[in-house]
Write a protein that binds this ligand. Structure first.
Ligand code: NAP
Ligand code: G4F
Length: 329
């Protein structure tokens, strides 16, 4: 009998890679989508004939209970969230409702329907914020620096609490930044690779960025969803840091992306205070020793390969657009 999995956030970057991985492993995959006036299925278009989509919303308890009751999954991956850090200062209450109480609603749905369902919660290295130690491990204290980070700390601890209170197989993956050609366009990696492609193709002449000195531990999303699945296959539920252990600054990201396209970044990048944050997370670098040892997980894509993959994908996507514009002219 095929295993059944529910994935919230299936229309997002991670949801699309995780759905591919689960289908490859023979799962029946149900994706939870919230109602929108127009669909945004560009990341899962190629999977639509192999997955089932069900409407539900992290804000609506009954819709979550209904989908869990109907599907009776073996595994539940809670990836849905308001995930863009700057937006969390604009909408702190909604961020908390999605990312904190939304997790409680998912856990409650599982508790009420079947405590045997295994659940993965998407926690974040943003919880470390103003870091208390370098590198960060599962034991490093949290010091979040944004409403997003604060909301994820709640999501993390309520997951631990449902594990300890009700014996639910609930795990929290503390994932460091992970990227891909499917990354949302407002996140810095994709903003840079999209900007490089536009400049290279003559569609733009500059790129405005915020803090170039911030450092992140960037990995490839395809590697990170493998870790999510591995966490739910263990004998006991536990929490894991997932990271490459290598950190780069935004400036190094910019240098790498522009040089991959044969461009000198200093001619095009302008710093713009509009992209600075009220409180910054200066330097993240994770220690994934526990995941390597217990899960046997290893990242396969290096930083340089990741940047090259993303620049190439944006060049290909936008050069198609140029040709179309050219044809109209
Ligand atoms: P993403 O691309 O922004 O996707 C977020 C997903 O959540 C989308 O499918 C979105 O649906 C859905 N969603 C948002 N609000 C919802 C609601 N109220 N009800 C139902 N669905 C809702 O994010 P991602 O990069 O794939 O990240 C996946 C998860 O990992 C998130 O929880 C994020 O916070 C966490 N995380 C990400 C990283 C990273 O570096 N990517 C690192 C650590 C943790 P729509 O398409 O309708 O907007
Ligand atoms: O790409 P970012 O917006 O990602 P951030 O804030 O690290 O958050 C991402 O990773 C978290 C894991 O640690 C996830 F939980 C979260 O959901 C999200 O996926 O910004 C990275 C860095 C920041 O320090 C920011 O100040 O890049 C800096 N930056 C500099 N200029 C910029 C820009 N970020 C953005 N988005 N846009 C800029 O123009």
């Amino acid at each position: 009998m095929a295993k059944r999995a529910i994935v919230t956030g299936i229309t997002g970057q991670d949801g699309s890679y995780l759905a591919e991985l689960l289908l490859d492993k023979g799962y029946e995959v149900t994706g939870v989508v919230r109602r929108l006036s127009a669909s945004n299925f560009w990341r899962i278009e190629h999977l639509l004939d192999r997955i089932t989509l069900r409407p539900a919303d992290l804000l609506d308890q009954l819709s979550l209970i209904r989908v869990v009751q109907d599907v009776r999954p073996h595994e539940f991956y809670n990836l849905a969230a308001m995930s863009f850090v700057p937006a969390s200062w604009d909408q702190p209450l909604l961020t908390g409702d999605f990312n904190s109480q939304g997790v409680t609603r998912v856990l409650e749905a599982i508790r009420q329907v079947d405590t045997g369902i295994r659940i993965y919660q998407a926690s974040s290295s943003e919880m470390y914020g103003r870091v208390r130690e370098v590198p960060q491990t599962e034991l490093t204290p949290f010091y979040p620096r944004s409403p997003y980070g604060v909301s994820k700390v709640f999501g993390h601890y309520i997951t631990v609490n449902y594990r300890e209170s009700y014996g639910i197989f609930a795990v929290s993956g503390i994932l460091f930044n992970h990227e891909s050609p499917r990354r949302g366009i407002e996140f810095v990696t994709r903003k840079v690779t999209d900007g490089v492609a536009r400049i290279k193709l003559g569609l733009a002449d500059s790129l405005g960025l915020g803090n170039l000195e911030a450092c992140r531990d960037w990995g490839f999303a395809g590697d990170y969803v493998r870790a999510m699945w591995l966490m739910l296959q263990q004998d006991t539920a536990d929490d894991y840091v997932i990271a490459t252990g290598v950190s780069h600054s935004v400036r190094q990201l910019v240098e790498s992306a522009f040089s991959h396209a044969g461009l000198d970044w200093q001619k095009y990048v302008k710093t713009d205070p509009a992209f600075l944050r009220p409180a910054e997370v200066d330097h993240l670098i994770g220690d994934a020793s526990k995941a390597r040892k217990v899960l046997g997980w290893e990242p396969e894509v290096s930083f340089d390969k990741l940047v090259a993959m993303m620049v190439d994908a944006d060049l290909e996507r936008l050069s198609g657009q140029t040709r179309r514009v050219g044809a109209v002219r």
